[in-house]
Design a protein around this ligand. Structure first.
Ligand code: NAD
Length: 390
């Protein structure tokens, strides 16, 4: 029996693979093409935390946690022949699909990168879904980290899944409309639709995990050995909002809030995200009370941008960081007071109802980043856009 984790060299995939391997004797097959390392290099930045080579990572997992059930396969999931061989050889019972180009700003740089992002993400997912059908693996549980961004920012509480549509006095449950706000986010709306189709045509059990903005540097498995650290990007393109703010704080820069910053965004800690994915991967689909296609809102709280900045300023004092919060004109077209109410009961059940607080997550990040202050300072010009847009 084996479990496939795609994107396993990435920020979420690597600690997820470690958590799964720690909880099972099954073989965990890690797949990646190292594209993320190249994208960040291309925009002239680096991960603040050192990212060991994959062989070193696997060796450290064995030495530190006794994990001998991890194997790595390098390959590009957009190549159908690679995916076919991968599935034929390993016949996975579960796939955690976390491979994607995940940056909205990167996908927005120009048409070439929008095309690249949409082709990369959607082709990889299609190859996996069709591969399961064509290799007679339609009992394989397919779990994908899509994004809470598929919902856009509607003015009503976001359901955990579809929506109800009413017309002329009649109503029905329908998939959530593709209201995503970037060329990247829309790849996940399309993936959600394709997963739905694959479920209805091939009967593949699907968990569509709508992942919120994930923050954090460590999980239980990564903290004991520098070689096990996951990446942490802080540049304009690949640093998500909380991460970039924390890095700015460590580099002695004011934290930049665009506009009023009262809009709330959905968040989850790395620990809570990894825990949920591992739980889903290790639970047989038939144990779930559903029809085999389940949407999880992988979010623990909506937090306003101003609250993020102020929490970092507060926790920063514990690390002798004097953090100023500054407001800049918003380059993005967004509602600066959006409430973002989002239902998450189903996901909270998966992680046992308990979530890390945002404050403890920020403490975790700042505690790690102060160790790598020099790396951040050497690339502090990367906090702002520009390198690929001149
Ligand atoms: N980190 C977040 O805040 C967040 C939020 C919502 C959704 N997600 C989703 O979670 C998943 C993981 O995100 P992440 O933050 O770890 O990103 P990441 O870029 O660190 O990880 C993705 C990995 O996939 C690999 N990859 C990409 N295309 C590939 C291909 N064609 N073939 C093989 N490997 C490929 C990359 O090399 C990378 O290592 C993505 O699907 C992303 O869209 C992440």
């Amino acid at each position: 029996m084996s479990i496939l984790v795609t994107g396993a060299d990435g920020y979420l995939g690597w600690p997820t693979a470690l958590r799964i391997a720690n909880r099972t004797d099954d073989r965990v097959i890690l797949v990646d093409n190292f594209a993320r390392r190249r994208w960040v290099d291309e925009i002239g930045s680096v991960s603040a935390t050192p990212v060991a080579g994959i062989e070193t990572r696997l060796q450290a997992a064995e030495e530190t946690h006794g994990l001998r059930n991890l194997s790595f396969v390098e390959g590009d999931l957009t190549e159908k022949s690679f995916v076919d061989e991968l599935l034929a050889v390993h016949e996975p019972e579960t796939i955690v699909h976390a491979a994607a180009q995940p940056s909205a700003p990167y996908s927005q740089i120009n048409g070439e990168r929008a095309n690249y992002t949409q082709h990369n993400n959607m082709q990889a997912t299609r190859n996996l879904l069709w591969g399961l059908e064509e290799h007679d693996l339609t009992d394989t549980h397919f779990i994908e980290t899509t994004t809470t961004g598929v919902y856009g920012a509607p003015e009503f509480p976001i359901p955990e899944g579809g929506a109800v549509m009413e017309n002329q006095g009649e109503s029905d449950d329908v998939p959530f409309p593709a209201m995503a706000g970037s060329w990247y986010h829309l790849t996940k709306s399309h993936d959600a639709a394709n997963m739905r189709l694959a479920h209805s045509q091939f009967d593949i059990p699907i968990s569509d995990v709508r992942t919120a903005i994930t923050y954090g540097t460590e999980t239980e498995e990564t903290r004991d050995d520098e070689r096990l650290k996951t990446r942490f990007d802080f540049d304009y393109y690949f640093g998500t909002v909380g991460h970039r703010f924390c890095a700015q704080a460590v580099a002695g820069y004011p934290v930049t809030v665009y506009g009023k910053g009262e809009q709330r965004k959905p968040f989850i800690s790395l620990e809570d995200a990894v825990e949920g994915l591992a739980e889903l991967a290790l639970t047989a689909p038939e144990e779930r009370d559903d029809d085999g296609l389940v949407v999880y809102n992988q979010v623990t709280r909506a937090i306003s941008i101003v609250e993020i900045a102020e929490t970092i300023a507060g926790v920063g004092q514990e690390f002798d960081l004097d953090v100023a919060v500054e407001h800049f004109e918003n380059p993005r077209d967004e509602d600066e007071e959006h409430e973002m109410e989002i239902e998450n009961e189903r996901y909270m059940n998966v992680i046992g109802g308990q979530a890390q607080t945002f404050q403890s997550g920020v403490r975790d990040i700042l505690g790690t980043l102060v160790e790598y202050e020099d790396t951040i300072e050497a690339h502090e010009d990367r906090f702002l856009p520009g390198v690929l847009e001149e």
